[in-house]
Design a protein around this ligand. Structure first.
Ligand code: SAH
Length: 222
C-alpha cells in the first residue's frame, strides 16, 4: 500500500493515540457517559482535519478555525450531540448538515450504518473529501448542496444532525426523519440551544439541552 495514502494515525507528541486518550478522559470528566461515543472520538485522528499550523491544538477542547471562516466543532459538543442523538441505541442511517472539514462525519461513520453529509461550500467539501479519503471509510457519502432541502433521494433517516444553527425548526428535514427517528440541532440566532426532536407516532416531541454557539445555517450553495 502506498504509504502516503495511509491514515496518519501513528505519530508522536500531540498527534498520538495517547493524546487522543487524554482527550477522551477529559470528555468523560466533563460528563460524556456513552462509552460507544467516547470510543468513536478516541478512534478518529482529529489532527488530520485541522490546518497543519493548528495540529498541535487538535485535541484541545476548542472549536478551531478551518477555511472559509467556518470552524471544526469542539470535541465536547460533537460528543454531546451524538450522545443525545443515540440515547443508547443505534444511529442507523444518518444525515449530517454542514460537513465542514469532515471531522464529525468521520466520528459518525464509526457509529452509523450509513452517513450522508451535505456541505454548501464546494471547496470546503473538496477538503473534507480529501481528509476522509485517507481514512478509507466505506459508509460516508458527501454531497455539495443546500442542507435546507435535506436529501430526499436517501430519506428517510434514523438520525439527523445539524452542524449549523437553524432559526426555525427545518420542516423539510423533520419530514425526512423515519418514524422513531431523531434530529439534533443548534437552534436560535444570537442565543442558541441544542434541541432534540423525535418523530413519534402522533407527531414530534422536543427537548431542549445545553446552550451552544454555532455558525448560522445559510441558504444556497457557494
Ligand atoms: N461538521 C463540521 C463542522 C462544520 S461548521 C466538523 O465536524 O467540524 C458548519 C458547516 O455548516 C460549515 O461548513 C457551513 O458551510 C455549513 N453550512 C451552513 N449552512 C449550510 C447549509 N444550508 N447546507 C449545508 N451546509 C451548511
Amino acid at each position: 500500500m502506498n504509504r502516503r495514502n495511509q491514515p496518519q494515525t501513528q505519530g508522536i507528541g500531540m498527534t498520538s493515540q495517547r493524546t487522543r486518550a487524554r482527550m477522551v478522559e477529559r470528555l468523560r470528566k466533563e460528563g460524556i457517559t456513552d462509552e460507544t461515543v467516547l470510543a468513536a472520538l478516541g478512534t478518529v485522528p482529529r489532527h488530520l482535519f485541522v490546518e497543519e499550523a493548528l495540529a498541535s491544538r487538535a485535541y484541545d477542547d476548542d472549536a478551531l478555525p478551518i477555511c472559509f471562516s467556518q470552524t471544526i466543532s469542539q470535541p465536547y459538543v460533537v460528543a454531546l450531540m451524538i450522545q443525545a442523538l443515540r440515547a443508547g441505541r443505534e444511529l442507523g442511517k444518518v444525515l449530517e448538515i454542514g460537513t465542514g472539514c469532515g471531522y464529525q462525519a468521520a466520528v459518525l461513520a464509526q457509529l452509523a450504518t450509513e452517513v450522508y453529509s451535505i456541505e454548501r461550500i464546494a471547496p470546503l467539501l473538496a477538503k473534507a473529501r480529501a481528509n476522509l479519503r485517507g481514512l478509507r471509510l466505506g459508509n460516508v457519502r458527501l454531497k455539495h448542496a443546500d442542507g435546507n432541502l435535506g436529501l430526499p433521494e436517501a430519506a428517510p433517516f434514523d438520525s439527523i444532525i445539524l452542524a449549523a444553527a437553524a432559526r426555525q425548526l427545518p420542516q423539510v428535514l423533520l419530514q425526512q426523519l423515519a418514524p422513531g427517528g431523531r434530529m439534533i440541532l443548534p437552534f436560535g440566532s444570537s442565543e442558541q440551544v441544542l434541541r432534540l426532536v423525535e418523530r413519534t407516532r402522533s407527531g414530534y416531541s422536543e427537548t431542549t439541552l445545553d446552550a451552544v454557539r454555532f455558525v448560522p445555517m445559510l441558504t444556497g450553495v457557494e
